[in-house]
Design a protein. Structure first.
Length: 475
């Protein structure tokens, strides 16, 4: 379990496992190589013994004899505890000339004269290595087979020593590698400890980005992802802070007005005065409700609580819905509210709820700050193949002291006498437009009137487009 929780432990376990596997494979190879080279060395020594014994074989009176003194016999048969057997055979008749054991069936024909041939055999349940040669004795070229056999204990012991040495070497290598890796990991992770210490000392409001260059390259992607997350958290906190500040700022006046009118109504003695105070309370309550609605819309457009499942939206249909929704308010101010543009759908990529809010705020702003009895027009036009423009125009008094850029700032009102405006409508329009990748603009000619424009990128219609919604001319 500790290996899963610790990078150092995980790497150590995997390193040991890799070295162990390499050690097993290398040990098997080393054992085979050790056995091979041991066989080569002992075969050479065995060949020398065969040659020495062959040199003691002679021919006397036509009979093969082995002239092996006792001391030489002892020397030949002693090999550090190994069993040594030999046999000398006259190949003319197959008769045994000399020997101390039966070395089994002789190879057919025997080895070529002057060479040593080796074979493995089991004698009395013990494995032996047998070296054999054929010597031709003069005169008569009498062929004699000389064989010497020795047990395999020394050979196996040498192969085992080679294996043990290899395993010891790999064990030392594993130990040194583990120590080096653990110390290297500690040094490599030191920058992460510094980042941890820096993050631990920060306050809850300090969401500044961590420095990725301090960490190893493999961890920088994680730190960059954390920085992006902290940036989003910072933006969300800033959005909520602005929302709370906006709410506190904008609700202070209508709430104070409600309390004042309630106190005045409490002091009225006649029904007409009480009714007048109640009307004031109703208007203040409506103003407070409008402020709350605007603030919530602004908060949603900033924080992204509205689902971002954008799709193709018919902008002419959105304009028609907004005009229909604000017709009663336009009639109350004797405003000619209408639409100008194509009757067929014009598709843009966005969120229909937010786009309805955007157009509604533009129309509401034009009705509030335009002149009574004036004209307000919602216009949709294809400016060029890659742009669709939505404009809302009025023929009111214009911006007054405001600049075109200032109208999109919060709490900026072109006409301070407008009793229901809170200065958030165009700020909301800008927020929603930015979420849709659109550009907003404002124009106010010297002769009066205001045009607020939003330019969108067009998109392809959906697979099954809705039937076109045709809006009429100015109402």
């Amino acid at each position: 379990m500790w290996a899963r929780d610790s990078l150092r432990g995980t790497l150590t376990v995997r390193l040991v496992a890799a070295f162990a596997l390499i050690g097993i494979v290398a040990g098997a190879i080393a054992y085979r190589l050790g056995a091979r080279y041991a066989n080569l060395a002992y075969d050479r020594a065995l060949s020398d013994d065969v040659t020495t014994l062959a040199n003691q074989v002679g021919l006397r009176d036509g009979q093969v004899q082995v002239d092996l003194p006792p001391a030489a016999r002892v020397w030949l048969l002693s090999n550090e505890g190994e069993r040594v057997l030999y046999r000398v055979v006259d190949l003319r008749s197959g008769a045994l000339v000399d020997g101390n054991a039966d070395l089994g069936v002789r190879p057919a024909g025997g080895p070529p004269a002057g060479t040593t041939q080796f074979r493995d055999a089991t004698i009395d349940g013990t494995p032996f290595r047998i070296g054999a040669t054929v010597r031709e004795l003069d005169p008569g070229d009498v062929a004699v087979l000389i064989e010497v056999a020795e047990s395999l204990g020394l050979r196996e012991h040498m192969a085992q020593q080679t294996l043990a040495g290899s395993l010891l070497l790999f064990g030392l290598m594993i130990g040194v590698a583990v120590l080096l890796v653990r110390s290297s990991i500690a040094r490599t992770l030191e920058p992460l400890r510094q980042l941890e210490a820096e993050a631990a000392t920060r306050s809850g409001t300090n969401l500044a980005a961590l420095e990725p260059a301090m960490a190893p390259r493999e961890v920088r992607g994680l730190i960059l992802a954390i920085n992006r997350m902290m940036q989003r958290v910072s933006e969300s906190i800033e959005s909520q802070r602005r929302f709370v500040a906006n709410a506190a700022h904008q609700l202070r006046t209508p709430i104070a007005g409600l309390r004042l009118q309630a106190q005045l109504a409490h002091d009225e003695v006649d029904a007409a005065g009480t009714r007048r105070r109640l009307d004031e309370i109703d208007r203040s309550a409506a103003r407070a409700a409008h402020v709350i609605e605007q603030l919530l819309t602004l908060s949603r457009s900033e924080a992204g609580s509205v689902p971002a499942n954008f799709a193709a939206v018919d902008l002419t249909g959105v304009a028609a819905q907004s005009i229909q929704r604000f017709l009663p308010a336009a009639e109350a101010r004797a405003v000619d509210l209408g639409y100008a543009g194509p009757s067929e759908p014009v598709w843009v990529f966005g969120n229909e709820t937010l786009l309805c809010e955007l157009v509604g705020n533009l129309v509401d702003n034009a009705l509030r700050y335009g002149r009574r009895g004036g004209v307000v027009t919602v216009r949709v036009a294809r400016q060029r193949p890659d742009a669709v423009a939505l404009d809302v125009l009025d023929d009111g008094p214009g911006l007054g002291a405001l600049t075109p850029a200032a109208v999109f700032e919060r709490f900026q009102r072109g006409d301070a006498s407008a009793d229901a405006g809170v200065g958030l409508g165009l700020a909301i329009v800008k927020e929603i437009a930015e979420r849709h990748g659109a550009q907003v603009s404002c124009e106010s000619p010297p002769a009066g009137g205001v045009r607020i424009g939003v330019v969108f990128a067009p998109c392809a219609p959906p697979s099954a487009p809705a039937p076109p919604r045709v809006a009429g001319g100015n109402a």
